[in-house]
Design a binder for this molecule. Structure first.
Ligand code: ATP
Ligand code: ZN
Length: 313
């Protein structure tokens, strides 16, 4: 039987080694906090090409392209209930709106090496945790029929880690279906398989697996069990560290049921709440999984992979 503490150490070492490898190759630049990186031109191009590969592979869905900032209204953040399920991943924004006297106190505290954050107060914004979250409020009201959106942007999740696969700020590409319940269900089933096939074509040793989100606390464990039992979330898993862990999710397909439709008042013509489904690609994770598979010298990757990832004409 394997000793768990040895296992953890070996996994930690494997993560450190991979991190060192991508930093030494100059693909990522340490940006000073665990899970925070600068990207080289080669890495950034790779991310763009993966995003384009993901979008064009689904072009016939006629998705409407929308791009939002990585910051969105705090009141919309509150409506998603993210703070209830994932308080440990949340990032909100504080600003200074005090008087000159308050500012003086802040500066004095700072000069004395003390905490100065208490002079800040919550701003009207929060960091976007999933690129679809700024969309839903925009759809509030009656939608004429099924819609698909193509979204891309930076997400923030507060999960500092030495694992280069786990970032605090990362880019996500999503296809979001909003509309009829059966069609939302079907969208996930069909498109998730295609998502998997695309990633396998790129040479990844990927498989599809039911999964759960990292809900917080005891109630969270209950929610996670339900999500697994319903197969509401499927993940595309790639082994990055051999059999030292269960593999890493590089993409996912999530059925939300009527959660967002109900919360944001997105209604079908018959007055019922629209259902939604997200197909998400973790762009840095896919880039790193490809680097793990084909090597740090991106220019020397197999021609068939490079061809699939060719920049759009
Ligand atoms: P939903 O819209 O249902 O809330 P989602 O599809 O938008 O969920 P997730 O399934 O949580 O979001 O994440 C999508 C993908 O983003 C994951 O499969 C993964 O590849 C990537 N991802 C998630 N967290 C991180 C992270 N900390 N660092 C890097 N990539 C991440
Ligand atoms: Zn989403």
């Amino acid at each position: 039987m394997t000793d768990m503490s040895d296992d953890r150490t070996a996994l930690d070492r494997a993560r450190d080694d991979f991190r060192a490898e991508v930093l030494d190759a100059g693909l990522l630049v340490d940006a000073g906090e665990p899970g925070l990186y600068g990207r080289s031109g080669v890495f950034d191009d790779l991310v763009d090409r993966i995003a384009a590969f993901a979008s064009t592979g689904f072009a016939e869905l006629g998705a409407e392209r929308l791009r939002f900032a990585p910051v969105f209204p705090r009141r919309e953040f509150e409506r998603t209930d993210y703070i209830v399920s994932f308080p440990h991943l949340t990032g909100t924004i504080n600003g200074f709106v005090g008087s000159e006297a308050d500012h003086k106190s802040l500066v004095t505290a700072r000069a004395a090496g003390e905490a100065w954050d208490s002079w800040l107060s919550p701003a009207e914004t929060a960091l976007v945790p999933a690129v679809c979250h700024p969309l839903y409020e925009r759809l509030s009201g009656t939608i004429p029929g099924d819609r698909v959106y193509d979204l891309r942007g930076f997400c923030f999740r507060h999960e500092p880690s030495n694992d280069p696969m786990r970032l605090q700020a990362f880019r996500m590409q999503e296809l979001v279906f909003v509309g009829d319940p059966d069609a939302a269900h079907e969208f996930r089933t069909v498109q998730c398989e295609r998502q998997l096939r695309g990633l396998v074509e790129l040479g990844l040793d990927a498989r599809l697996q039911p999964a759960n989100d990292p809900f917080f606390g005891r109630t969270g464990r209950f929610l996670a069990r339900n999500q697994l039992a319903d197969e509401a979330k499927l993940e595309v898993i790639v082994p990055i560290y051999g059999d030292l862990d269960e593999g890493t999710a590089v993409a996912s397909g999530n059925r939300h049921g009527e959660h967002f439709g109900d919360t944001f008042g997105i209604l079908l013509p018959d007055g019922s709440a629209a259902h939604s489904t997200c197909l998400g690609w973790g762009l840095e994770r896919i880039a790193l999984a490809l680097i793990r598979t084909h090597g740090v010298d991106v220019a020397a990757w197999p021609a068939d992979v490079t061809r699939l990832l060719a920049p759009a004409p």
